[in-house]
Every structure is written in structure tokens, then in C-alpha cells.
Design a protein around this ligand. Structure first.
Ligand SMILES: Nc1ncnc2c1ncn2[C@@H]1O[C@H](COP(=O)(O)OP(=O)(O)O)[C@@H](O)[C@H]1O
Ligand code: SF4
Ligand SMILES: [Mg+2]
Length: 342
């Protein structure tokens, strides 16, 4: 088992790094879809990072790229400082350390496989010793206790929350370093969702697990993440510590997403209009400009950046740093406050 977080000396050093990553898919009409178009990210040991954004913005593609399931068209993913190898053997070795957790309704569990068989699959593939002990330990850690009582059950005999715990146990059985959870709780009831999130937090604490949680739900990110990365059309447009991003969002896109979170009762909901984002035709300048409320309302014009919004490429956010956003208006605000302070 991993050492508890407190005893580790490497807490906070990057475990997973994503460097200027691009992933392109062949579009249906012959064009190419830039699902990821220059993403930088660094995830420190023991950190929980939430990746948020509307459907289609590239979250799953980034998660799959981190797992080595998508090949970059440019850029790279590094694990403990080393670029991923894409050969079968290198990927197999890597998967012991970095595990993907999907939602059970997406077919994560085979209905004809017992709980024991489901959890033992990973250790078997990797020829790990003491299979029954590993399975029992993983189930117990995932909160299914006593574990032996679950060995011979089948998915249909379990509740939704229990099934999700079996999926998590399947990942834990390999004693991974990193778990990437893609929408881990979006189909669960609110109360069960809270229990699963509490479990993820506990596992981080007990096992110094590093977690990337993909979610379209900012409320969930608020409850669990140390840092939030907001994606739009294949790029990270805002990133920073959860508290800062959610209490003082800088990017108009984040502000709009946040305004429709039910817990945010004090703000006026901002409904985003315009075309849903399409990675086969990325707008010029700021890729959000056709839908940006600050652009549409004239705020960008008044600040003198409307032309930039339309035509001038924004630099891609770096992997590390404080709270930051890719928006011409934010740059103006920052330089204004600088002038006032100076
Ligand atoms: N295998 C694929 N082939 C073609 N296009 C894809 C493929 N996977 C994802 N895409 C496209 O890439 C974009 C990002 O998708 P995805 O990463 O699934 O976003 P999200 O998880 O944020 O909803 C979407 O426009 C989607 O249609
Ligand atoms: S750069 Fe302009 S269009 Fe883009 S988010 Fe900022 S204000 Fe809106
Ligand atoms: Mg997705």
C-alpha cells in the first residue's frame, strides 16, 4: 500500500504533466476536429484537480490522452517527468499507475461478472500476487465492508452507489498513483453523489492518491477540488485554486457557467447563446467571442479590446502559476489595477 500523504516527501511535485497537447480527429465531413488545441496542465502529487466545461469542450479527450488512450497530434503527456510511451508494453506498465474510473452506466461493469471477478481483473492482467487479499482490501477501501460479503454478488444486486464503489475498487486493486475519474457521479442521486465524493477525498488522504475529476458540474468541483481548470473548445481558458476561481471568476465563460449553478443564488443567471462550440471550425481571435456576454454587451468594446477579441490569438495558459485566465479583457483589468496601484 502507498504511504499516507503526511509521510511522503514528494507531496506537490508534478505527477502528471500535459505539455502543449493537441489531439485532432477526422471530422465527419472530411475536415479535422481539433478536440484539444494546445493544453498545458501539471497535476501535483496528492492534488485533486477538477476539469470543467460544457459538453464537447474536450474534457474526455484530455482524460483519455492522459491515460494514453488517445495519441497526441502534437505535444506530450509526461508521467513522473517521462513522456508516455505508446507501445503495448509501455502502456500496460503505465496503466498500473494511472487508472481511469468511469461511471457504471457507461458499461464500466460487466453485468455477468461477479464483484470479485470485476475487481480481480486488473491484478490478473498485471500478474499481481495475493489476488484475494488485494480484492478484499480494495473493496474495503472503497467502503464495501465486509468485503467477502460482496465477492459473489452481481451488479444488478447492488445499488447505484455500491456499483460505483465496485468500479473504484477495480482501480484501487492495482494500487495506482493517479485516478482519472470521468463524470464519476453524474447519474447518481444527490445523497449518493456526496458519499462517493467523500470516498474520493478519503482515498486521497489515506493513499496520497492524485485525482483528476472530469465534471460538467461546477458545484461538484467546488466540493472536492483543490484546483479547477475550465475548458472551452479544446483549451483551458481559466485555471487556479478552487476558491479563487469560484469566488472571483475572471473569464466571462466561467462567470456564465457559475451563474447557473443552483448554489449561486445571488447572481443573475447568464444564458449563453449562439452556436454550440464546434472543433471543426474554431472562431478566430478569442474562440469564445461569438458567444461572449462581455463582447455582446459592449464591455469589451468600451475597454478597447473588441478588435482583439475578434482577431488576435490569445496565448495558451501555462501549466503552472496563480489564478489566471485567457481573455483580453482580463489583461486590460490587470493593467488598469496596476496603473491604479502604481
Ligand atoms: N473519437 C472521436 N472521433 C471524432 N470526434 C471526436 C471523437 N471523440 C471526441 N470527438 C469530438 O471532440 C470534441 C470533444 O469531445 P469530448 O472530449 O468528448 O468532450 P467532453 O468530454 O468535454 O464532452 C467533440 O466535438 C467531439 O465530438
Ligand atoms: S477575450 Fe473578449 S471575447 Fe474572449 S472572453 Fe474575453 S472579453 Fe470575451
Ligand atoms: Mg466527456
Amino acid at each position: 500500500m502507498s504511504q499516507p500523504a503526511a509521510e511522503r516527501t514528494d507531496v506537490g511535485s508534478p505527477v502528471v504533466e500535459v505539455d502543449d497537447l493537441a489531439v485532432t480527429f477526422r471530422g465527419r465531413k472530411g475536415g479535422s476536429a481539433r478536440a484539444l488545441d494546445g493544453v498545458n496542465m501539471a497535476i501535483g502529487r496528492g492534488e485533486i484537480v477538477a476539469l470543467v466545461g460544457e459538453s464537447g469542450c474536450g474534457k474526455t479527450t484530455l482524460a483519455r490522452s492522459i491515460l494514453g488512450l488517445e495519441r497526441p497530434s502534437s505535444g506530450e503527456v509526461r508521467y513522473l517527468g517521462k513522456p508516455l510511451g505508446y507501445g503495448g508494453r509501455a502502456l500496460k506498465a503505465y496503466r498500473r499507475h494511472v487508472q481511469l474510473v468511469l461511471q457504471d452506466p457507461s458499461g464500466a461493469l460487466n453485468p455477468r461478472q461477479s464483484v470479485y471477478e470485476a475487481v480481480a481483473e486488473g491484478p490478473r492482467v498485471h500478474r499481481m500476487s495475493n489476488e484475494p487479499g488485494r480484492v478484499a482490501d480494495a473493496l474495503a477501501r472503497a467502503g464495501l465492508r465486509p468485503p467477502e460479503r460482496f465477492f459473489l454478488r452481481y451488479p444488478h444486486e447492488l445499488s447505484g452507489g455500491q456499483r460505483q464503489r465496485v468500479v473504484i475498487a477495480g482501480a484501487l486493486a492495482l494500487n495506482p498513483d493517479v485516478i482519472v475519474a470521468d463524470e464519476p457521479v453524474s447519474s447518481l442521486d444527490a445523497s449518493v453523489r456526496g458519499e462517493i465524493l467523500a470516498l474520493l477525498l478519503l482515498l486521497r488522504q489515506e493513499l496520497a492518491l492524485t485525482l483528476l475529476v472530469v465534471t460538467h458540474d461546477l458545484g461538484l468541483a467546488w466540493n472536492i477540488a483543490d484546483r479547477i481548470a475550465v475548458m472551452y473548445l479544446g483549451r483551458v481558458v481559466e485555471e487556479g485554486p478552487t476558491e479563487q476561481v469560484l469566488s472571483a471568476p475572471q473569464h466571462p465563460y466561467t462567470q456564465a457557467l457559475l451563474s447557473v449553478v443552483p448554489e449561486m443564488k445571488q447572481v443573475q443567471p447568464i444564458v449563453l447563446t449562439g452556436e454550440t462550440p464546434d472543433p471543426t471550425s474554431i472562431p478566430s481571435g478569442c474562440r469564445f467571442h461569438p458567444r461572449c456576454p462581455a463582447y455582446a454587451s459592449g464591455e469589451a468594446e468600451r475597454a478597447g479590446v473588441a478588435g482583439d477579441c475578434r482577431d488576435r490569438d490569445l496565448t495558451v495558459l501555462s501549466a503552472t502559476g496563480d489564478h489566471r485566465a485567457a481573455c483580453w479583457l482580463v489583461d486590460t483589468r490587470a493593467s488598469l489595477s496596476h496603473v491604479h496601484m502604481g
